[in-house]
Design a protein. Structure first.
Length: 154
């Protein structure tokens, strides 16, 4: 059974391993993850099946209206089970509760699975970011900035 709960500091090592498994190119290092997950401004959730962390999401406020999904990762062994969708929905609930109007994210332009999920959840591509990433993925360093108006669902 899938459980989504708030992140706690004891989750860090499991998330480092998950990050390395989930991203072929450019996973966050333990230092980067510690910085984003332990930042007092951020809000993070983990997905659990039994005692295994199967996914996580971290959100940062940008300004009074916008919050950024800094990172979303799902363990490839658990892909296709609705974990990413569940984390996104719970993250958006937190954004609405904290009166953010827009959810913003960046995604590699070649990450078709993630893009399809975001579109299904109501995100639209706002712009293409050329050479956004340092490392190439499937021949590209580009990303899309996507946005969702959270008030359209209320």
């Amino acid at each position: 059974m899938l459980i989504i709960r708030d992140y706690n500091r004891n989750d860090l090592e499991s998330i480092v391993k998950l990050e390395e498994r989930a991203f072929e190119v450019g996973p966050y290092t333990i230092h980067m993850l510690r910085e984003i997950l332990h930042n007092p401004e951020s809000y993070s959730l983990v997905a659990m099946e039994g005692d295994v962390i199967t996914g996580y999401i971290t959100i940062f406020p940008i300004d009074k209206l916008h919050a950024d999904i800094e990172s979303l990762a799902v363990d490839p062994d658990f892909a296709g089970r609705g974990i990413g969708k569940g984390l996104m929905i719970r993250g958006e609930e937190w954004m609405k509760k904290n009166q953010f109007r827009y959810s913003v994210l960046e995604v590699r332009d070649k990450n078709d699975i993630a893009i399809a999920l975001y579109v299904k959840l109501g995100y639209i591509i706002k712009e293409k970011l050329h050479a956004y990433y340092e490392l190439e993925y499937h021949g590209s360093r580009d990303a899309y900035r996507m946005e969702k108006d959270l008030e359209l669902e209320q």
